[in-house]
Design a protein around this ligand. Structure first.
Ligand SMILES: Cc1ncc(COP(=O)(O)O)c(C=O)c1O
Length: 406
């Protein structure tokens, strides 16, 4: 069977399309478009590939799924079953993770906004680490940790120095000295990890190496100030698994290892926080052409409100009503938001004939689409989870209303 977009769980057999072993026609008969499908086996495969590659190359690798990439309970449940940890930024995510069965010592929490109740709840639940983006937050954590009579592990999120990045702590001799003074005062915290996350959709090995270099440079400055940190966390930023095949992932892991060895960096654990890599290519939208123009624009019954540009997905479009026809005719694709800005793709290769009512499959929408989706007043899509030859509806817009975490 022919694969669609290199995804082994999207196959064509004599014009019939299968999502894993589920006949897509069956789903089209049951659900109105647009609807979304997640492929459970693909998520599990992606996690296993990632773990295999990094466990092969590093002795002490740990992975934490970045829950913000997709926080649907059914998706988080699959990830928890694969024994991956969770990286979260908020209390609603913490509640979700605990309900899903993530162990507190598998959860790292933090970000640019650390209200006191988040710190208290994190300490109360004995989470593994609190991630700090600003040195000022350390003193607040220390005070709360003192109340609980514990020593809290902290992960320092440093500034990746990418363009004019404003997230994280810039490690200079001055800031390292300031941190040293804070730590002398704050006896109830310990800096256990240094984290740098360089960006999203990183296709170039140099981006991963730059990220490591900034960690190495910062570790040296910190060391000179008497601050020794045992774990390194290189964040996420991997593209969808079909976009970054296993051999490329291996190359990245090997190059990172080589650079670590050259620099004789000693560390206890090396950590990654993938989001998109695990779930990105496990999600597809099925939409419908509602209008075409003479200039080869097509309008789909789905737009940027649910498939937003901000999600930075590697969108791939297929006219599944004519899947056997060559996809080599430039077409522009718009959504249904009444705004000129609702463009999903320009000059994309689709079939010669583009007809109203044709179904379009959009691949690689599993990460960040729902996260960045907006409350535009259209009905949300039905969401299905497929596994082998079975499927279940995991979100019904009429009954469940919304997938936000509250
Ligand atoms: C600190 C951190 N870690 C991990 C991630 C996950 O990134 P990705 O989904 O690109 O792997 C992000 C995403 O923004 C992040 O900010």
């Amino acid at each position: 069977m022919k694969k669609i977009s290199g995804n082994p769980y999207l196959k064509v057999d004599k014009k019939k399309i299968f999502v894993d072993f589920v006949d897509l026609d069956k789903l089209l008969n049951l659900y109105p478009t647009p609807f979304m499908i997640f492929i459970e086996n693909r998520i599990r495969d992606n996690i296993r590939t990632f773990n295999r590659v990094f466990n092969d190359i590093f002795e002490n690798f740990e992975g934490y799924y970045s829950i913000k990439a997709n926080f649907l309970p059914s998706i988080c449940n699959i990830i928890q079953e694969e024994k991956v940890g969770a990286e979260i930024i908020s209390l609603p995510e913490l509640e979700l993770c605990l309900t899903m069965g993530f162990k507190p010592n598998q959860i790292i929490i933090g970000g640019p906004y650390l209200p006191n109740n988040l710190i208290k709840t994190s300490i109360h639940n004995s989470l593994k680490e609190i991630i700090v983006y600003d040195l000022k937050d350390i003193e607040r954590i220390d005070l709360i940790a003192k109340d609980f009579d514990i020593i809290q592990n902290i992960c320092l999120r440093i500034n990746s120095n990418k363009y004019d990045s404003k997230l994280g702590i810039e490690i200079t001799y001055e800031s390292a000295n300031h941190l040293k003074k804070i730590l002398e005062k704050c006896q109830n915290v310990r800096i256990s990890t240094i984290l740098s996350h360089y960006g999203s959709q990183m296709n170039n090995i140099n981006q991963y190496l730059f990220n490591l270099k900034i960690i190495l440079k910062s570790l040296n400055i910190l060391k000179e100030n008497g601050i020794n940190i045992k774990n390194i966390n290189l964040g996420g930023g991997f593209p969808e698994a079909t976009v970054m095949p296993e051999h490329q992932l291996k190359l990245i892991a090997r190059e990172l290892k080589k650079e670590i060895d050259i620099n004789q960096l000693e560390y206890e654990k090396i950590i990654f926080e993938p989001g998109r890599y695990f779930v990105g290519d496990a999600g597809v939208f099925i939409a419908e052409i509602i209008k075409t123009t003479e200039k080869r624009w097509i309008f789909l019954n789905l737009g940027n409100h649910i498939c937003p540009k901000f999600a930075r997905c590697s969108l791939r479009f297929y006219n599944i009503s004519q899947i056997d026809s060559p996809h080599k005719y430039k077409t522009s694709i718009a959504g249904i938001i009444p705004s000129e800005q609702d463009v999903l793709a320009k000059g994309y290769f689709l079939t010669e004939k583009i007809k109203e009512g044709n179904h379009i499959l959009i691949n690689n929408v599993g990460a960040y689409c729902l996260t960045f989706s907006s409350r535009f007043p259209y009905l949300l899509p039905h969401i299905l989870l497929v596994k082998n030859d079975e499927f279940e509806e995991i979100f019904n817009p009429k009954e469940n209303r919304d997938f936000s975490l509250n």
